[in-house]
Design a protein around this ligand. Structure first.
Ligand SMILES: *Cc1c(COP(=O)(O)O)cnc(C)c1O
Length: 237
């Protein structure tokens, strides 16, 4: 929209190659985007790699760090400390759409130095977050039981999928998020066929991964149904 030049670096093992991204930054680079954990691959970088990256990105480049899935992690990188210590080129972005299950309320937040926030305020529409969403968001932050339950369900679901897929000899990318990327051959076709069985997954052609689908971790019952349906669609016993 603003005529910026997009520079894309190659992924490494389906995840971010932070070294390649660092190398691609020049004096002209204004923003660098990192999603950690990443969507749609579920990959994440180690905390040390992330800290190293945050410290090495030059000050004229804003690090837009998408942490939509951070609440699913057992040992998330303490990125807020950098902001607290006054780091001026780091914008942490979080959402109530994922672990909190409030996607329909359209609520998220950013954490950054006050000068960055002031810039964003200039273009933010007035009243873009409504009162009901704010009330729900505040209540959700305190609902630790929900977060624990969802995290536990997610962990057990990932274990189930990884075991079942390994048993079936189906390739997948180990995940740190609440979905798993699975190699099924013709992703678009599997997507269509699964829908006929009442199961919706996401084909990945749009991400340059036409052989893959992304499956969201569900309840144990949903996960079993998905694997059963996948076996049927792929003609596996
Ligand atoms: C879901 C998601 C978001 C946030 O979605 P909203 O519903 O718009 O808050 C941001 N980044 C990634 C990588 C996501 O998967």
């Amino acid at each position: 929209m603003f005529g910026g030049k997009l520079v894309v670096t190659k992924a490494k093992n389906y995840g971010h190659d932070l070294k390649a991204m660092l190398d691609a930054i020049t004096e002209k680079t204004t923003v660098v985007f990192v999603a950690n954990p990443n969507n749609p691959t579920g990959t994440m970088v180690s905390n040390d790699e992330l800290f190293n990256f945050i410290e090495k990105v030059p000050e004229h480049t804003l690090i837009a760090l998408d942490e939509a899935y951070i609440e699913f992690l057992d040992n998330p990188a303490d990125t807020i400390s950098y902001v607290k210590q006054g780091k001026e080129n780091l914008l942490l972005m979080r959402t109530f759409s994922k672990i909190y299950g409030l996607a329909g309320l359209r609520l998220g937040y950013g954490i950054a130095h006050k000068d960055i926030v002031a810039i964003l305020e200039k273009v933010r529409q007035p009243f873009n977050i409504n009162l009901v969403a704010q009330a729900a968001g505040i209540a959700a932050l305190d609902d630790l039981e929900h977060i624990d339950r969802t995290k536990k369900n997610n962990k057990e679901g990932i274990k189930f999928y990884e075991e079942q897929l390994a048993k079936l000899g189906i390739e997948f990318v180990p995940t740190s998020a609440n979905f798993i990327l699975v190699k099924v051959g013709d992703g678009q076709k599997v997507f269509v066929e699964l829908q006929k069985l009442g199961v919706i997954v996401r084909p990945m052609g749009g991400y340059g991964l036409p052989e893959w689908v992304r499956i969201t971790i569900g309840t144990p019952q949903e996960n079993k149904r998905c694997i059963r349906s996948l076996k049927k669609v792929l003609g596996l016993k």
